[in-house]
Design a protein around this ligand. Sequence first.
Ligand code: GUN
Ligand code: FE
Length: 439
Amino acid sequence: MKVFVGTIVHSTWEEPMNILQNTALGVHDSEIVFIEAAQRLEDLKTKYSFIDSDITYLTSSQFMMPGMVDTHIHASQFPNNGIKLDLSLLDWLNTYTFPTEAMFSDVKVAQCVYPKVVRLLKNGTTTAAYYATLHLEASKVLAQVVHDRGQRALIGKVNMMVNCPEYYRESSITESVSETEDFIFFIKKLQTPLIKPVITPRFAVACSLDQMKQLGQLAKKHDCHIQTHLCETQAEVTWIQELFPWSKSYTDVYDTAGLLGAKTIMAHCVWIEEQELKRLKECNTGVAHCPNSNISIRSGHCDVRQLICRGIKVGLATDCSGGYSSSMLDSLRRALDVSKSLSIQRQNYQFLTLPEVFRLATLGGAQVVNMEDRIGNFEIGKEFDSLLIDFEVPRSPLDIFDKDTLEDKIHKFLYNGDDRNIVQVYVAGRCVINNKNCT
Ligand code: GUN
Ligand code: FE
């Protein structure tokens, strides 16, 4: 048993940011077993039979929050983080992104790049929905690295066959489906509940209907998650109309292929229309909001308030390297910027608040990856995926003053904090990053 006593901050559906002071949180193996007022510590000791040495007292400059969920990230694009953002999506893919991903045909590139995903853990991303590349061997390297580091993840071998360069495409539907199934078997062999395969048709521009249908069947056969891109740019939406002239909409293409469902993650959804939103809601399909990417490659502003009002599941994502930062704290800040920008353009627009984006980064993300029953906050019975935050570390980027309330300090961390303030990271009860031994 591990017990943490101090300030615990998390979201519920009733309250976007619940700040619980003097609270005791008990973890047995990977699971949260109690969260109660610290005054009850003596009773709790008897009830759950733990001893003083099992207890960690957080200092007055520390708090615990849930780990963050990156609902859409291209691990293979890490080498391009922070560069080459002068083109819009379709040109950006052809000019910069496909050549970079194609390098992963050499498994040594994967062995060099993928260990850098540990940066995400340091940044507080305890769960990530990854795109690898179309290469089976390199995708296995990503899965192995994530497994070794102890992160929770969905990992997808990318599928793409049409409207993409000859040097970077799968050669047939048969190969696409059989290699994807081999990848599923590889992940199953890792025998970890933390990593799941995700079927990853890149986007409908790059896949034929037949390919998407067969991948949809594969997802059903193995009860897999599915992830793809939807309505990211206007040019892409126009192209989809030309490629699938029979379709009612972009969403209708995926619907016809059998790809919508509660375990499907749709990235972007910027240029999405009424009927399509209704369909996402009916299918309980989640949206990965990628604010940095949507600004950096100038795709557009996603109206997250509208998604929330319609009851559509929505989480945050970095989408690097379309987004230049792989930090979820950046995604949370950019989500605020985009929402406030919309409120400048539209009268009476209700912009997102900081507590709301905190919830999107944690509980919202858990919902989008369809793991709300396991992660996202500190409810009893969930897995302990958690960050220990400290305002007062050496070289802290935060300026804290005597006048600051606890809530102010938490807000300051969310706006100006970074990995220096994230002193410990836990995934399923296991400490995977430890920068400081707290007493
Ligand atoms: N649409 C298809 N592929 C990609 C990608 O790699 N990044 C982004 N942002 N959009 C895409
Ligand atoms: Fe993307």
